[in-house]
Design a protein around this ligand. Structure first.
Ligand code: ZN
Length: 178
């Protein structure tokens, strides 16, 4: 049996609530998902404020924590099959991608992983040049575009199905062809 394809989610901590939502949707599509450690902690505690977790801002002696988090997620990028960047508006910049996410995408790029970016980026993004240089695939705001063959479709009679073949209920013979 083929191993499930895995998606490593990368984003600013400000978007980890959306990362939890994306996790659910990707799992429904049949992917294994690797989330940032802090996103999982946020899900457990229900506290989605990044400042709760960024303890090194208050106490620079805690920077080791940030080091650990960077290393932890880079391992996930390395092990995963593809990188998915979740980018939304932050500080008036649509499709914001921050320094940490750029590091992660760059490591994915280095390991030749396909890089998907959920939303378009704008000229206001200071790392636009570097992001475009990694030749990412933009999903136009729809997570389902990451795998068109896994997109759920509804036929004219209302059956829900996935895949490139026609509706398997209405056209049972068609799916025998592989
Ligand atoms: Zn049908």
């Amino acid at each position: 049996m083929k191993k499930k394809e895995s998606v490593t989610v990368c984003s600013s901590a400000a978007f980890f609530k959306q990362a939890i939502e994306a996790d659910k949707e990707l799992r429904r599509m049949g992917f294994a998902v690797k989330l940032p450690y802090t996103a999982m902690k946020m899900k457990q505690s229900g506290d989605y404020r990044p400042e709760t977790y960024k303890i090194w801002f208050k106490n620079p002696e805690q920077y080791g924590r940030k080091t650990w988090l960077i290393k932890n997620h880079l391992q996930k990028v390395k092990k995963g099959d593809v990188v998915l960047v979740l980018n939304y508006e932050k500080n008036g910049i649509p499709g914001y991608i921050g320094g940490n996410t750029l590091i992660e995408a760059a490591i994915g790029f280095h390991y030749k992983k396909p890089i998907y970016i959920l939303n378009p980026i704008s000229d206001k993004l200071d790392v636009k040049e570097e992001v475009l240089g990694m030749r990412p695939i933009f999903l136009d705001g729809n997570l389902q575009n990451i795998a068109p063959e896994k997109k759920e479709k509804v036929c004219g009679r209302g059956h829900r199905y996935k895949g490139r073949n026609p509706c398997p209920v209405c056209w049972p013979g068609r799916n025998k062809r592989k």
